[in-house]
Design a protein. Structure first.
Length: 155
C-alpha cells in the first residue's frame, strides 16, 4: 500500500493571463501563472500602482500549496431613493347598531359565555364581527376554536 496515493492532488494554478484586479475594482492585472505582476490596465492604473516590499528569498514565506489569485466582486449597493419605513393604517372601526350589540350579549349570557367572543367583537365595533360569529358558531365548541374567535375579536 502506497501512502502517496492517499494524498490529494495539488490544486491546479490558473493559466497566465489578464484577470480582474483583486485590489482595484474595474481594473485588470496580469497573472504570470505563479504570482501577480505589476502590469495593470483599467481606469486607475496610475493610482493603483503601489510600492511593493520584496523580501530576499531566504525570508520569503514557505507555502505548502500554491497561492491562487482571489477575485473580488463585492460592490457597494447604491439606492436611488432613501429607504422609508412603511406605515400601515389601523383597521377601521365600524359602528355597529345598538341592537346588534344587545343581541350578541343576550346570546353570550344565555349560552353561558359561549358567544362571548362575538359579543366582544360587536361591542368593540370590529369589522370582522361576522367572521368572529361564524368561527365561534362552527368551531367554538373546541377550546382552540373558541380561543381563536376570542383572539379575532380582541385584535
Amino acid at each position: 500500500m502506497s501512502f502517496d496515493s492517499a494524498l490529494p492532488a495539488p490544486a491546479p494554478t490558473p493559466a497566465a493571463g489578464w484577470y480582474p484586479d483583486p485590489h482595484d475594482i474595474g481594473g485588470q492585472r496580469y497573472w504570470d501563472g505563479a504570482a501577480w505582476t505589476e502590469h495593470r490596465t483599467g481606469p486607475d492604473v496610475e493610482a493603483a500602482v503601489q510600492p511593493t516590499l520584496v523580501l530576499p528569498s531566504s525570508q520569503q514565506p514557505a507555502y505548502s500549496q500554491a497561492v491562487l489569485p482571489t477575485y473580488s466582486t463585492a460592490v457597494a449597493p447604491t439606492y436611488a431613493q432613501p429607504v422609508v419605513p412603511i406605515r400601515y393604517a389601523a383597521l377601521p372601526v365600524r359602528r355597529t347598531s345598538a341592537i346588534h350589540v344587545v343581541i350578541a350579549w343576550i346570546f353570550a349570557v344565555m349560552s353561558l359565555l359561549y358567544f362571548l367572543p362575538w359579543a366582544i367583537a360587536a361591542s368593540r365595533g370590529r369589522p370582522n364581527t361576522g367572521g368572529v360569529f361564524l368561527v365561534n358558531l362552527l368551531v367554538g365548541w373546541t377550546l382552540i376554536g373558541w380561543i381563536a374567535a376570542l383572539v379575532m375579536a380582541c385584535q
